[in-house]
Design a protein. Structure first.
Length: 303
């Protein structure tokens, strides 16, 4: 326990930064999954055969190993946040879609008949009757997806997306239980806090909930826009594997490049997990350089 507190004290700045990255990735993935899954479930509410097919498809997508999916996405969308978000959205679709469909399907027919008797339009009946009744079941699916996203997002560190998984991977690589425990506990606490927030949002008015979500979205979008606008026009991305040696080497590369040309921006992506991830990123021009033993690449038959 003393080692854990010492590690948190020494790395509290890095922990807060990783926590922010983890929250950003998780929230973006959750919101995209909600925007896709809930309207899709509403649309197939009266198309049971289509719903069965979509349930099978989303179920199959969830069985794809996360590491394999991340590796497959690198040649197409590169490294970092984007492939991580895509993978997390894929895993979050099933619980949200399934719960929304079940919640809408199991509404008592008498409520539907009463809404029709009052002459409600299809859209009005959906927002005034069906969704409010199905909301507890829908939020249960969102909560399940959120916990799954936060847990799976720890693997995003393997492709340079950052987050709390960085500490877990570093702890495993350096045989440092305190680092691993710090990352794992932070991820678990984050899941608990998000679950509590969803429970609170369920009890307040939907306008307040929408306002909170809108503020969060605007904050994340503003942060991304600011980063894009202030970034140097010419940027070299240097990536490195897990371990102290690659970390030292990529920082040396950065200093040498910036000494030769101070106007060139250098982005460091450290703590990648596997040679195959980095080599695929290099081959598809998603990164500019990374230190590697030539024998490792040859042994893996990558060239």
């Amino acid at each position: 326990m003393a080692d854990l507190w010492r590690t948190i004290s020494e790395r509290h700045g890095e922990l807060l930064s990783a926590l922010g990255q983890h929250i950003e990735i998780s929230l973006i993935a959750l919101m995209i999954a909600v925007v896709i899954a809930i309207p899709l479930a509403v649309w197939v509410q009266t198309h049971h055969k289509t719903a069965a097919v979509l349930l099978q498809v989303t179920g199959v997508l969830q069985t794809i190993p996360s590491l394999a999916l991340l590796g497959l996405l690198i040649p197409f969308v590169g490294i970092g946040t984007l492939p991580a978000i895509i993978a997390l959205v894929v895993y979050a679709l099933l619980p949200i879609f399934q719960n929304t469909y079940i919640g809408l399907r199991d509404i008592d027919p008498s409520y539907e008949e009463a809404a029709d008797a009052f002459g409600m339009s299809r859209l009005r009946k959906l927002f005034k009757v069906e969704l409010p009744i199905a909301l507890p079941v829908i939020l249960s699916g969102v909560r399940t997806a959120m916990v799954m996203i936060i847990g799976t997002a720890t693997l995003a560190a393997l492709i340079g997306a950052g987050g709390l998984g960085t500490f877990i991977l570093l702890g495993i690589d350096r045989n440092d239980a305190a680092l691993t425990l710090m990352g794992a506990l932070a991820a678990a606490l984050l899941a608990i806090v998000f679950s509590w927030l969803l429970n609170v949002m369920q009890k307040v008015s939907w306008k307040v909930s929408v306002g909170v979500v809108a503020v969060a979205v605007l904050g994340m979008v503003g942060s991304q826009v600011y980063t894009y606008v202030t970034a140097p026009k010419e940027t070299i991305t240097i990536a490195g594997k897990l371990g102290s040696e690659p970390d030292i080497l990529i920082n040396m590369y950065k200093e040498l490049i910036q000494k030769a040309d101070p106007d060139v921006g250098v982005t460091l992506k450290s703590n990648f997990g596997q040679t195959s991830f980095l080599y695929n990123a290099l081959r598809t021009d998603k990164i500019g350089i990374y230190p590697e033993f030539s024998g490792t690449v040859l042994a893996l038959s990558l060239i």
